[in-house]
Design a protein around this ligand. Structure first.
Ligand SMILES: [Zn+2]
Length: 229
């Protein structure tokens, strides 16, 4: 599967852009980075994105949406599925109204879908797992990409639901915010321990605050990855 990392940083990172990943040129996982210029740099057509999966509504995961969605509303390029935790339509519409006022023409091209435990969107079967991220309702996703499973965590502590999310996945993108312990994030040590518990899964870390973490993706990296089996 082809993964393009538009951003790999945590909320307060001064070194990295906030997170967003394009999968196979047609799925967008979270939306923190400046989406349009970073897609352009990597040769990704913003009009080719068919579905967005939002893990949660913290700003570093959604604030790239207003320009991207306004672009899609002006340069009409077909429907766009928007999957997220409960309330996704209200949150995204409120964000766009805040950003664009009366110029935001509404969601005619958007197909909102609150994440189900098991579902399918734009032909991609997925499972959603509720993760522990403080008071914020956060969902990790398991996406069937061809004959492989991609697990994507968003933000979470290293608690049992995270193990459930990555169990048996071929590729897992999980957060590793900082060497420090945290009540809401996974530390570098916990990320390494998670990978050690799932040796048949290929791990790529993101949501890094600062510094060089082995196994972490870099901003604007494009990877063709397969699992380890
Ligand atoms: Zn968060």
């Amino acid at each position: 599967m082809r993964l393009a990392f538009l951003g790999t940083g945590s909320a307060f990172s001064c070194e990295r852009y906030n997170g967003a990943i394009v999968v196979e040129g047609r799925l967008l996982l979270d939306a923190g980075a400046p989406l349009l210029p970073h897609m352009h740099r990597l040769g990704i057509d913003p009009g080719a994105i068919e579905a967005v999966f939002l893990t949660h509504f913290h700003g570093d995961h959604v604030l790239g949406l207003p320009p991207f969605l306004f672009y899609r509303s002006v340069f009409r390029s077909g429907p766009l599925a928007m999957v997220g935790p409960p309330g996704v339509e209200e949150r995204v519409e409120a964000l766009c109204r805040l950003a664009w006022g009366e110029d935001w023409s509404g969601a005619a091209f958007l197909r909102y879908q609150e994440a189900e435990a098991e579902g399918e969107v734009v032909g991609v079967p997925y499972q959603a797992v509720r993760l522990d991220h403080g008071r914020m309702d956060c969902r990790g996703y398991r996406l069937r990409i061809g004959d492989e499973v991609l697990a994507y965590a968003g933000d979470t502590i290293a608690s049992p639901p995270l193990d459930e999310l990555v169990e048996g996945a071929d590729v897992a993108v999980t957060e590793a915010t900082s060497p420090e312990d945290s009540d809401v994030h996974t530390s570098w040590e916990e990320a390494a321990a998670l990978a050690a518990r799932h040796p048949r899964t290929r791990f790529i870390f993101n949501h890094v605050f600062q510094g060089n973490l082995p196994g972490a993706a870099e901003d604007l990296a494009v990877m063709e990855v397969r699992g380890l089996r």
